[in-house]
Design a protein around this ligand. Structure first.
Ligand SMILES: NC(=O)c1ccc[n+]([C@@H]2O[C@H](COP(=O)([O-])OP(=O)(O)OC[C@H]3O[C@@H](n4cnc5c(N)ncnc54)[C@H](O)[C@@H]3O)[C@@H](O)[C@H]2O)c1
Length: 358
């Protein structure tokens, strides 16, 4: 920490989401965004000059060796999550790791092991848990208002949203997968959170690639590289069983001929005492009163600071106090195990039991 006790942050990967994190952490009074690195140096230099970041490193290995840096935000493509996070933890840095934890479960387990040995904070970047409406729903679940949440239907069905066609996003070896890994992981994480931390134990699922290989379904996130290639799924559907008997269905697409759920993200929770329907930035709680169905609307305040501000503050609080982050290392592993099992189930045609052993 610096003399003024501010937490010193280093940004690893200055692309789209690195840029977002810089802006969020710069809003916090007890934090200095002190260093940045990117394999594409001009981008790191550009961000440093735009946001007044004092140090630019040529590599993440150099950045994590800087003793004045307390914590790093890992914003690199998925294939680099494990090597960068492990290197940073071994160098004694706290880590906020972008989703998905890693390109596969084996790499995610290596991160969990490095984290356990480090004694540092490792937090996954799942900002949806900090959305105002989602916080309200979780509060009601924790109070018991929904009873036991035993079934969840969640997903994110984009009609035309393939990001960065041909870049690392659409190459299996670099991304670990398509919409499952990119957007499905957010909905899976949020749903498991609502289900109270019950452990997923088995998965049955199928993936498809009907748009991407034909250069259809292209979205607006990231610049396409038409010299690249596409070998990930563009739609996936899965049933996930939990150790408390609960079930979760997950449907995701980057591209599909549908207007299902208005092509947005959604979660429908079914509990013994009540339920909730979330989507389109709106939320509704459901129950039965006087032998009638009864609903309560949830709307976020207009002046809401937004989920990323709350998530960033939570990370800094965990770094300062040593408390376990809400989006812990084990939550990242749970997501990785489920996603990998969906791919395996699709390949083999069988149900896949999750292997939690480290
Ligand atoms: N939480 C969210 O909602 C959210 C949103 C978008 C992206 N992401 C995640 O953030 C990560 C980055 O995504 P993006 O959209 O910013 O991608 P991006 O391609 O825009 O940025 C990645 C940057 O990392 C740099 N890079 C690559 N390897 C590096 C290395 N070894 N060291 C330093 N820099 C390196 C690249 O040059 C690039 O500038 C991905 O894991 C993605 O899944 C999360």
């Amino acid at each position: 920490m610096s003399a003024n006790d501010n937490i010193q942050i280093g940004i690893i990967g200055a692309g789209n989401i690195g840029n977002v994190h810089i802006q969020e952490f710069k809003k916090l009074a007890d934090v200095d965004v002190a260093a940045v690195t990117d394999v594409y140096q001009p981008l790191a230099v550009e961000r440093a000059s735009k946001y007044g970041i004092p140090k630019v490193y040529e590599s993440y290995q150099e950045l994590v060796q800087d003793p004045s840096i307390d914590a790093v935000i890992v914003c690199v493509p998925n294939e680099a999550h494990a090597p960068v996070a492990i290197n940073a933890l071994k160098a004694g840095k706290h880590v906020l790791l972008e989703k998905p934890m890693a390109v596969n479960a084996a790499a995610a387990k290596e991160i969990v092991k490095a984290h356990r040995q480090s004694g540092k904070t490792l937090m996954m970047s799942h900002q949806r848990r900090w959305e105002w409406i989602n916080l309200q729903v979780k509060e009601q679940i924790d109070k018991g208002a929904l009873g036991q949440v035993y079934n969840v239907k969640t997903g994110w069905m984009r009609r035309k949203g393939i990001p960065g066609w041909g870049t690392w996003f659409t190459q299996m070896s670099k991304s670990g997968g398509g919409p499952l890994i990119d957007i499905g992981v957010h909905m899976l994480d949020l749903s498991l959170h609502f289900m109270g931390g019950a452990k997923p134990v088995s998965v049955f699922g199928t993936t498809y690639a009907e748009f991407g290989p034909h250069k259809r379904g292209i979205g607006t996130w990231g610049k396409p590289d038409w010299n690249g290639f596409y070998d990930v799924e563009d739609l996936a559907t899965a049933l996930i069983k939990l150790d408390n008997g609960g079930t979760l269905t997950l449907d995701v697409s980057w591209a599909a001929h549908t207007s299902f759920q208005n092509n947005g993200a959604y979660v429908h929770l079914m509990g013994t005492e009540g339920g909730a329907s979330l989507g389109d930035g709106k939320g509704r709680l459901h129950t039965e009163l006087f032998d009638r169905t009864a609903d309560v609307e949830l709307t976020a305040p207009t002046a809401d600071e937004g989920p990323r501000a709350r998530m960033s503050r939570h990370f800094i609080e965990c770094v300062r106090t040593g408390q376990e982050p809400l989006t812990s290392a084990m939550s990242g592993l749970a997501n990785s195990l489920v996603l990998e099992a969906i791919y395996e189930s699709s390949r083999t045609g069988n149900k896949v039991d999750l292997d939690w052993s480290l």
